[in-house]
Design a protein around this ligand. Structure first.
Ligand SMILES: Nc1ncnc2c1ncn2[C@@H]1O[C@H](COP(=O)(O)OP(=O)(O)OP(=O)(O)O)[C@@H](O)[C@H]1O
Ligand SMILES: [Mg+2]
Length: 208
């Protein structure tokens, strides 16, 4: 939950930070494209590419951009699209609701962990560095991490499974983040601005 919203706002934050981003909407639902239209055009390019083998098509399309953000569809529905995106992207950001129960469900069977491991192996076979992996808490109660709340429990649970979580977290906020037709998107002053900075610090060197 929160993938497309995070894509739009993170790309916007990167734009505001002078990064010359491109947002690839790899979901057939075209949510990012809709945002782009409703906003009368984002100040950075939003390109719809719900195609297989993104690792082959994206190098050409994204050449010269300061950064590339991809809104990846659900793996269960569009495995080939997701796999190409994960081969291409050097940093995987995984939005998750701050519910420890959700986290437990994610790790209940080995499917999720195995999939990420398989993808890292596929990258290795393709001569690519392992991707960075980080969770992003979205729809949290608070704008900042708490010492003892569901967000904290979630971070701990993810850490138990060996996963990092961004310090920045995105609170549940109807006005700021929910799709409101035509609303102007701004990342300045939001947690997405902080998240984008953290992500830039985490991006492997060869990706920039
Ligand atoms: N922080 C937030 N606060 C309030 N509403 C939010 C927040 N983030 C996302 N939403 C709303 O929740 C809904 C789902 O968000 P979004 O479209 O980003 O999820 P998604 O993971 O891309 O979903 P899908 O799997 O359908 O592509 C949208 O209506 C969006 O506006
Ligand atoms: Mg979406």
């Amino acid at each position: 939950m929160g993938k497309s919203t995070s894509g739009i706002f993170l790309a916007q934050a990167l734009y505001e930070q002078g990064d010359d981003p491109m947002l690839i909407d790899a979901d057939k639902g075209k949510t990012c494209l809709d945002w782009d239209e409703m906003a009368g055009g984002m100040p950075y390019p939003v390109v719809s590419k719900p195609v297989k083998d993104l690792h082959r098509t994206l190098p050409e399309i994204t050449r010269g951009r300061g950064s590339v953000v991809i809104d990846v569809p659900q793996v269960e529905d569009h495995e080939r699209i997701a796999k190409g995106a994960l081969l291409f992207a050097d940093l995987w950001v995984l939005p998750i609701a701050p519910s420890p129960v959700e986290v437990r469900r994610l790790f209940r069977d080995a499917v999720f962990g195995d999939f990420l491991e398989d993808m890292q192996e596929a990258r290795q076979d393709a001569g690519r560095q392992p991707a960075g992996v980080v969770f992003l808490l979205t729809r949290t109660n608070t704008n900042r991490a708490t010492k003892a709340g569901p967000d904290r429990d979630c971070r701990d649970e993810l850490a138990n499974h060996g996963f990092a979580t961004l310090d920045a977290q995105i609170m549940f906020h109807d006005d700021m983040y929910r799709q409101s037709g035509g609303a102007r998107v701004r990342a300045l002053g939001t947690a997405y601005e902080r998240a984008a900075k953290e992500l830039k610090d985490r991006t492997p060197g060869d990706a920039r």
